[in-house]
Ligand binder design. Structure first.
Ligand SMILES: [Fe+2]
Ligand SMILES: [Fe+2]
Length: 243
């Protein structure tokens, strides 16, 4: 994408009134995906929250992981608040029926799942928020730095847990086995390489980089982190749902 030419002409918006139709539609989608992702642990079908807390091996881990997910819910509220300014108010029924986050269907059965979830998917979130940093919708641009900072903490906490797990041969074997489940999920979260909306997001200054460009940057960062723990990283095409 010819980013430089585009950012030179991108207009910024301070409020929801008088947004161009296409812009409003794209902003709606960005906010929906973000809010759904952040609050996915409360989806009635998954009810991740209690399960994740109960998997924590020590009282300190229970406390830290509960705090991490309280931050996710706060992120969700920040996105819902901007969404409300667009005239969208979620009802309980919307909450049940309209979310689109397929990764929330990935089963979480062990603390190793939680460590991989935080290491890998919270880092995807970090990439996606960095990609919105300084975006053309100023209410959104203003909340991004705080969320980014939290996501750095989340992925870092996940990595600390994963490193401790990999210190024993059986822990490392578990992590290797479950990496085959979480790595493709994380790569899929960047979205399709041929996304139809991508060009429009860049043109309107809502995002800076395309899906595949971000995915490749993520792989370059995550691969050595995982290999540093003695794990073998699956091929980037392995078990993927969206390419
Ligand atoms: Fe978050
Ligand atoms: Fe997070």
């Amino acid at each position: 994408m010819n980013q430089m030419n585009q950012t030179a002409t991108v207009r910024q918006y301070e409020a929801a009134d008088s947004l161009p139709d296409e812009y409003r539609e794209l902003l709606y989608k960005v906010l929906k995906v973000a809010a759904d992702t952040e609050t996915s642990l409360l989806f009635p079908e998954t009810d991740w929250l209690k399960m994740i807390i109960d998997l924590a091996p020590t009282p300190e881990d229970r406390q830290r992981i509960a705090r991490l997910y309280a931050e996710e819910l706060h992120h969700g509220l920040l996105f819902y608040k901007i969404w409300r300014d667009l005239g969208v108010t979620m009802t309980a029924e919307d909450y049940r029926s309209t979310r689109e986050i397929y990764f929330a269907a990935t089963p979480i059965q062990t603390w190793t799942d939680v460590a991989l979830l935080n290491t890998l998917t919270d880092r995807v979130g970090l990439y996606q928020y960095r990609n919105m940093g300084g975006c053309s919708y100023l209410p959104l641009a203003r909340i991004v730095p705080k969320i980014e900072k939290d996501e750095i903490g989340h992925t870092g906490m996940g990595y600390v847990h994963l490193r401790a797990i990999c210190e024993t041969p059986s822990g490392k074997a578990d992590a290797q086995r479950l990496l085959a489940k979480w790595y493709p999920v994380a790569l899929d979260m960047f979205g399709r390489s041929d996304s139809k909306r991508e060009e429009a997001y860049l043109r309107w200054g809502l995002k800076k980089l395309g899906n595949e460009e971000m995915r490749q940057a993520y792989i370059r960062e995550v691969r050595p982190l995982l290999e540093g723990l003695g794990l073998e990283v699956p091929d980037e095409k392995f078990n993927r749902k969206f390419l």
